[in-house]
Design a protein around this ligand. Structure first.
Ligand SMILES: [Zn+2]
Length: 320
């Protein structure tokens, strides 16, 4: 089987189209089993494969192409499908919550500095490491989820899980300890700005390592969805997250340089640094939102296994 990248071309979709034709031509096809319309959710069971959705007019075939996996039978069964499906949602969802919490912290900072709105949400920063730890817990399902995993798919997530320990500690130190004791970052000159920005660099690097280490295992999960295999559902989300982290990291490293080398301290360098951090963080947020959304869509496929054509189509028995 080719890699996910190979399938992302439009040609790959056409190929799976052909596979589908081969499988359905032999049948006088009527939908059995539950099959909600891919576009509007209308229950299509009992309709002919050649028909259209009575609600929205989408061809039934479109829904079948989206839902039915021609290679459903070719995947090694997951060892713990229920835990794996929930773990993926926890892994991505808790990480997204951690990031959104950091944004909320900065928002309350801005309100406090610019509009003198007293912040009653000082405790928020302490939630960041909690969410990150929950994400790490969910990420454990990426370790050896199926028989026949490659070494890369097994060792990577083990190392990544170990990296969550320093990551959670650094997030606690940055968002709970420093931010609560040293004052507001970015908007005012925090006393321990140097400590904070160096920690941010380390957090960025560790996060990038985690993303790269879990990538083979995540792709193995994603390949279980015909939509992801054919590039209809997901992009190279983890690589996009790594690139976004790198942008923010570049901003932080410029910041470190300006703290260490006094002649570099200038409104231009500080503006570039802040812009890179803001843009990188925004892209990281988008990336994690995409991963969370993918995990939600993968949930039924991982939990129940991919659906083969036989699961949704039956031979039309002529009426007696
Ligand atoms: Zn419909």
């Amino acid at each position: 089987m080719g890699s996910l990248d190979d399938h992302i071309s439009a040609g790959a979709i056409a190929r799976s189209d052909d596979d589908f034709e081969l499988q359905t031509d032999a049948l006088e096809e009527v939908l059995s089993g539950q099959l909600p319309c891919w576009v509007c959710g209308y229950e299509l069971s009992g309709l002919s494969v050649t028909g259209v959705c009575p609600e929205c007019g989408t061809p039934v075939r479109t829904t079948l192409l989206a839902v039915v996996d021609p290679s459903a039978a070719s995947y090694a069964p997951l060892r713990m499908p229920r835990i794996a499906s929930a773990g993926l949602v926890l892994w991505t969802g808790a990480a997204l919550l951690a990031i959104l919490t950091i944004w909320l912290c900065r928002l309350t900072d801005a309100l406090q500095v610019w509009f003198a709105v007293p912040s009653k949400l000082g405790f928020l920063g302490a939630l960041v490491p909690v969410f990150a730890a929950l994400s790490g817990l969910g990420g454990l399902v990426l370790i050896h989820p199926q028989k026949g995993d490659s070494l890369k798919q097994t060792l990577g997530p083990i190392l990544a899980s170990a990296l969550y320990v320093p990551l959670v500690w650094m997030l606690w130190y940055t968002h709970a300890k420093i931010d609560l004791t040293a004052g507001i970052p970015y908007f005012t000159n925090a006393l321990r700005e140097a400590d904070r920005v160096e920690l941010r660099c380390a957090i960025g690097i560790v996060s990038m390592l985690i993303a790269l280490l879990v990538r083979p295992s995540v792709r193995a999960f994603a390949k279980r969805s015909v939509l992801m295999r054919t590039g209809q559902l997901t992009r190279q989300t983890l690589l996009a997250v790594v690139a976004a982290l790198a942008i923010a990291l570049a901003g932080d490293m410029i910041h470190v340089a300006t703290i260490r080398v006094e002649p570099l301290q200038h409104v231009v360098t500080s503006t570039i640094s802040l812009l890179l951090v803001a843009a990188g963080s925004a892209l990281v947020t988008v990336g994690f939102a995409g991963m969370f959304w993918d995990a939600i869509r993968l949930y039924p496929i991982i939990r129940n296994g991919p659906r083969s054509l036989g699961d949704v189509v039956q031979l039309d028995e002529p009426d007696a």
